[in-house]
Design a protein around this ligand. Structure first.
Ligand code: FES
Length: 146
């Protein structure tokens, strides 16, 4: 009798621990989704972005492009199946299935169904740039240095 009681208590304890882990991972999924909304990422200072260059930000899968007038950012994620695109002389190319995008991110060829996403940028008072992944802009819009 005592042994059965012990085994039952151990079973209940193990089931409770498993339930806690399952519940925590379930809640973590929602927390992650919530964190992706309203996502504003700091990408660096002006000196981090050479003029006339697309700088790849690996942590966030975006390119930041700076010219003499301003700065803008574009997604580096292919709209076909999500591979990371690469810069070419004409625009962007996906190494997975060959989609090509123009300099403005429009689909030139390949299976990609839609253009690349461009994101709004802001500058903080202390001179750092922020990319707002929730606010899409047109390819011709940039944050002007003024
Ligand atoms: S994932 Fe880019 S072309 Fe298929």
């Amino acid at each position: 009798m005592e042994r059965r009681s012990f085994i039952r208590r151990i079973s209940i304890a193990l089931a409770s621990i498993a339930g806690i882990f399952l519940g925590a991972s379930f809640l973590k999924q929602f927390a992650h989704r919530h964190g992706e909304q309203g996502k504003r990422i700091r990408v660096g200072r002006l000196s981090d972005f050479p003029v006339d260059t697309y700088t790849y930000i690996n942590d966030h899968k975006i390119f930041v492009y700076r010219d003499h007038e301003g700065i803008r950012s574009v997604s580096a994620v292919c709209t076909h199946l999500g591979c990371i695109i690469q810069r070419t002389d004409e625009g962007f190319e996906c190494p997975c299935h060959g989609s090509c995008y123009s300099e403005e991110g429009k689909v030139v060829s390949g299976p990609a169904p839609t253009a690349l996403a461009w994101y709004k940028m802001e500058r903080t008072p202390d001179g750092k740039f922020i990319v707002d992944l929730d606010k899409k802009t047109g390819a011709d819009e940039k944050l002007y240095f003024a």
